[in-house]
Design a protein. Structure first.
Lengths: 428, 428
């Protein structure tokens, strides 16, 4: 029997408590699988006196996570506090500087400081593992970094914010407005304290930035993620997309193009019959495409005590078993500073226009689209609503630049009543 | 730069050629990711003079795979010959005995000899890796052994024979008979030389035996897999299952019960709206359920040059990066010799009976079912065909033992014209 692997856990929210539970309840199984015991030596959280439903009396308590991170008797610092900066980052850096391995669920910290943390970890010969940061219980980091290591990845996609998918699914299935579905999700406690992290696509954007770095060997660059939330999606869009055989998802897409790395987190139409289109409620899905493997789809719970703790424990077990890997699967100094190249991959678009109901309105619009090089694949005009006529258009493939030019011209006409809605149709 | 990892590849069929292609074409990427070059030093196959579409002139040729496995300049023996015994097993044993790591795609060899090979590998401190043996390009071995290592697994399921799923999908979507769909698959080259390996469930059963060992910490025991192929499935069953909201899949299910390990590979009804129900064509899907992670679904190509070579390369890269793991995720001597406990988990069943069209026939059948403790959830009687009347029954949950007793009694009556069809409805 080799020496135990000793954990210090900072952050005792849902996930931290889940990790404590697994370590306590599955001690024998973990020891058999790792070849050594997994032990918790100390914990830290903002408030000590709180009933968390688990017995913490066997562990030392540290008020200061940095002190916890530096303890001589801690082998692995488990960071479950969250937040891109502040105590999480300070304690992670302290642990790495002290030569300790780190396991974290902190997507914001990695999206913003991935490169610097990877350099620090590797300079110290430490692991920094973060399976729980992306898509909850789905072992997608492992799949991408290890299982698909023989592939040149071509595209990575994901529905990685369960709250947004819940809202969109409720709009679709129960006919709720965005505001009603948002209120329902809020009532269920699904939303972050700052809801814009969810519905603005930021949380999912953090995850995409991490997957991009892994897939394409680039430095994490969250600022280059083109972000668009779901707040502008109406029940009309959902219904009309469904009529045409599509679903609307907040979809992250990363792909390397001739002009640089494209990272988008935005509402997209996907075929209703595709795995992404069929994904309902809070479940997450990641699609990984590589030159050899073609396409792998991974589906599972994106949040919650058990699933997220499962991901944390996967990393802990890797470390217990002696795995050593660069933080992003290749040495940090070899990661490329990829040029951001948003919206270079052409796509078909769904357009919804509210036209004034008068002769020649539609002709004016189609002429503008044609002049900008945006050709029309399908068009539907619905029954008049008072004095306006909703028109739906599915374009042939076009660049976002051409489309934006066309929509700017459309806005300047006297025949549209509202800002045109344009949603990308992603081929999946 | 550390020393190169030197491969000897035995077997130059589709997968072997795929591996050669990746090693040649992605040398730089692989070196960056592994931290060392990956090189092929020697290859072996049954016939030397054959155009395989790749240049093999840089590699030594060995007629004898055992000689290849023992070469001093080979670090990793890559076994892609296939077959549970014979040269594949001899060469694998020779490589392990010589202290070399082995990567194999050989499901039959592992299903039949997994325990002995694991003991040999671990006694020599060698890796024996087999990602490509199960579900092609899907990194399911890695997910189960590493990513979900913090979970006590509760159930593992999978559609893992693309040929069977292709046949069933064609019956469903094109209305073909089993014989027609089988002939089509044969014409497309989808069937093994012995088609019973596919349609008899043997190939998929091998894969299930491997997943079972990993999930439940048991010795591989292929003989304990309850096997039932798809040959008895008729277009009627497919159509009628669809009418009730189900699809028929050749589904592998392994779960640990109070009475032992249950391993089944058999046609099952699954809800049409579930990920398994939506799986069409040759694609594979594995569902992993654990106490913490709840449910993970992995979907991807189950065969083909690129996907299977991707899986082989995942293992090669793990070894290049220094990963060391017991063959089944825990030391071979700790794997339990689980009692085989087939058909202990109750389920609802779909029954199709061909009754003689005379008064009292149905009453007689329902009385027999009731006497055996099999209660009826739903029943449909279709229009008479000549002098017989097809009756469909969905039972409430029952044990296979009770059902078998009932069906034996049904067969002995004078009111059934054909052997009753009984297909399990798996809750997914």
């Amino acid at each position: 029997m080799t020496s135990p692997l000793r954990l210090g856990i900072a952050g005792l929210g849902t996930v931290g408590v889940g990790v404590v539970r697994i370590v306590r309840q599955q001690a024998k199984m973990l020891t058999t699988r790792a070849g050594r015991p997994i032990e918790i030596v100390a914990v830290s959280a903002r408030t000590r006196d709180k009933d968390r439903g688990v017995n913490l009396s066997h562990y030392d308590w540290e008020d200061d996570p940095v002190a916890l991170a530096k303890r001589d008797d801690v082998d692995v610092f488990v960071e479950l506090m969250g937040g891109s900066d502040g105590p999480a980052k300070a304690a992670t850096e302290a642990a790495l500087a002290a030569g300790k391995d780190v396991v974290t669920a902190n997507k914001a910290m990695l999206a913003h400081h991935g490169q610097a943390l990877a350099e620090l970890a590797e300079s110290k010969g430490c692991n920094l593992r973060y399976e729980a940061a992306v898509a909850g219980g789905i072992p997608v980091i492992k799949a991408l970094m290890e299982g698909l290591a023989g592939n040149e990845m071509t595209r990575v996609m994901g529905v990685m914010n369960g709250t947004c998918n819940y809202i969109l699914t409720r709009m679709q299935n129960a006919g709720l407005t965005y505001e009603e579905a948002f209120a329902e999700a809020d009532g269920l406690g699904y939303l972050e304290a700052d809801p814009n992290l969810d519905v603005g696509g930021i949380d999912a954007g953090h995850k995409l930035a991490i997957l991009s770095a892994l897939a394409f060997g680039t430095r994490t660059n969250f600022d280059a993620v083109e972000l668009e939330g779901i707040g502008a999606i109406t029940i009309d869009d959902i219904t009309q997309a469904a009529d045409m055989g599509y679903r609307i998802k907040l979809l992250g897409v990363a792909q390397m193009t001739g002009r640089g790395l494209e990272q988008r987190m935005s509402p997209c139409l996907v075929p209703a019959s595709s795995p992404l289109g069929q994904l309902e409620g809070g479940t997450n899905m990641v699609v990984l495409e590589g030159d050899a493997v073609e396409q792998i789809v991974l589906r599972g719970p994106g949040a919650g005590e058990g699933p997220t703790a499962s991901a944390v424990m996967g990393d802990v077990m890797d470390i217990a078993r002696g795995l050593r890997l660069p933080v992003f699967g290749q040495p940090a100094e070899t990661l490329a500073d990829a040029r951001a190249a948003n919206s270079t991959v052409p796509a078909a678009y769904y357009l919804r226009l509210q036209l004034i109901d008068k002769p020649g309105a539609l002709a004016k619009i189609t002429a503008i689209l044609g002049d900008a090089g945006v050709s029309i694949d399908r068009m539907r005009q619905y029954g008049h609503q008072d004095t306006s006529a909703p028109v739906l258009i599915v374009t042939h493939k076009t660049t976002r630049a051409d489309l934006s030019e066309a929509l700017a011209a459309v806005r300047e006409t006297d025949v549209v009543l509202a800002d045109p809605v344009a949603i990308r149709i992603e081929e999946v």
